[in-house]
Ligand binder design. Structure first.
Ligand code: TXA
Ligand code: MG
Length: 349
């Protein structure tokens, strides 16, 4: 299969290209498209065969459910039951935007889309291309991140092409995404809503709108006996091909430790990548040192993270050392992804 890539100008969307993408979805095919978080790999959520194709293209385990993307509130009522006042408040506050809600599903939603669960994950994305694609196709679009299973999520169309070339017919290229890490997931089927995956919408932001929220213990625990409730969070994920180790502590100690570790590996002719910040990059010795941004600019750090992990893969780096970040606010999502990519390898210095 040839994979076409269409550049789409968000401010002046080419209707012919959009119609071609919509036709593929309507006939049960796959289209990759940008959202404000990461690129998604879309299929008609109500068509079980179409959903199955997503799992095949990504090499995704079939028990890992998909997020259904909608463009208006009424779409939610087609697929979810028991929509609570809290769900309404969250939608008013954060949709369209990077928040996914878990609700009880209606019978019409195929089990293929929900990985066999009786609940459904729903999100209204903010990207104009994504919204127009949903409307033009008349489909609710099931879409996981458009990467091969286990790889970092794509923040550029080039990343999608790298992973899925020849496996899908079309990629809509809307340039670099704005947020760079996947949506926050909140489970509203529990009395007290539970955050299953941290993201750009932080605990504090959710708390302000609906009061108490808790965090899935399976997310925080390193004990593999505690399973996260979002099936996708249990896999080693967001991972580069190289090993990744985080180093945490006082800035001076971190720099010294990373430099020492790097020198040691370089003696053995290993290619080492270092993830530093604008404040520190000039002080590292490695051959491949990349700044993830200014320490204060958490939005920038989130946006650059996956691209850097992929860039190191392209460079053939065998080991990556990274600075560690605060776990407050958006930092919680950044550290969640970094720790998972590192398989929880963290050195305290
Ligand atoms: O930002 C995003 O959410 C991106 C863009 C494309 O919208 N999508 C995304 O999808 O990250 P994916 O498939 O890579 O991650 C979806 C996560 C998985 O961890 C999955 O297990 C969880 O959502 N999930 C989906 N449905 C669920 C459900 N009914 N109950 C619990 N977790 C669910
Ligand atoms: Mg994913």
């Amino acid at each position: 299969m040839i994979t076409k890539v269409y550049k789409i100008n968000r401010d002046n969307i080419d209707t012919d290209k959009l119609k071609e993408a919509a036709a593929i979805l309507q006939t049960g095919g796959l289209v990759a498209f940008p959202t404000e978080t990461v690129y998604g790999l879309g299929a008609d959520a109500m068509n079980p065969d179409a959903s199955r194709k997503i799992y095949a293209a990504k090499g995704r385990p079939s028990d890992n459910p998909l997020i259904v993307h909608i463009s208006k509130w009424e779409d939610l009522e087609k697929i979810a039951r028991d929509i609570s006042g809290k769900a309404k408040k969250l939608a008013d506050a954060f949709w369209p935007g990077p928040l996914t809600m878990i609700l009880n599903k209606k019978d019409q939603v195929p089990k293929e889309t929900t990985g066999g669960l009786n609940t459904v994950a729903v999100r209204m994305p903010k990207d104009e291309i994504a919204l127009r694609l949903i409307e033009e196709s008349g489909c609710l679009i099931a879409a996981p991140s458009a990467n091969t299973s286990g790889r970092p999520s794509p923040t550029l169309a080039e990343h999608v092409l790298k992973d899925l070339n020849g496996r899908i017919p079309l990629i809509l290229d809307g340039g670099e995404v704005g947020i760079g890490i996947e949506s926050t997931i909140i489970d509203l089927t529990e009395e007290i809503p539970v955050i299953l995956r941290p993201g750009r919408i932080t605990n504090e932001m959710l708390n302000k709108v609906i009061g108490e929220v808790t965090i899935d213990p399976g997310l925080i625990s390193e004990d593999s006996g505690v399973k996260p409730k979002a099936p996708g969070m249990k896999y080693r994920h967001y991972a580069p091909k190289a090993g990744l180790v985080l180093v945490e502590g006082e800035e001076e100690n971190v720099i010294a430790k990373i430099n020492a570790l790097t020198e040691e590996l370089q003696k053995h002719e290993k290619k080492v990548g270092i993830i530093g910040t604008d404040e520190t990059v000039s002080r590292y010795l490695g051959d491949y040192v990349i700044s993830i941004g200014a320490r204060k600019d958490e939005e920038g750090i989130a946006r650059h993270l996956y691209r850097i992990l992929r860039d190191f893969d392209e460079l053939g780096v065998e080991m990556i050392y990274s600075e560690s970040f605060s776990s407050q606010g958006i930092g919680q999502a950044i550290m969640n992804r970094l720790l998972k990519a590192a398989g929880h390898q963290i050195l305290e210095v």
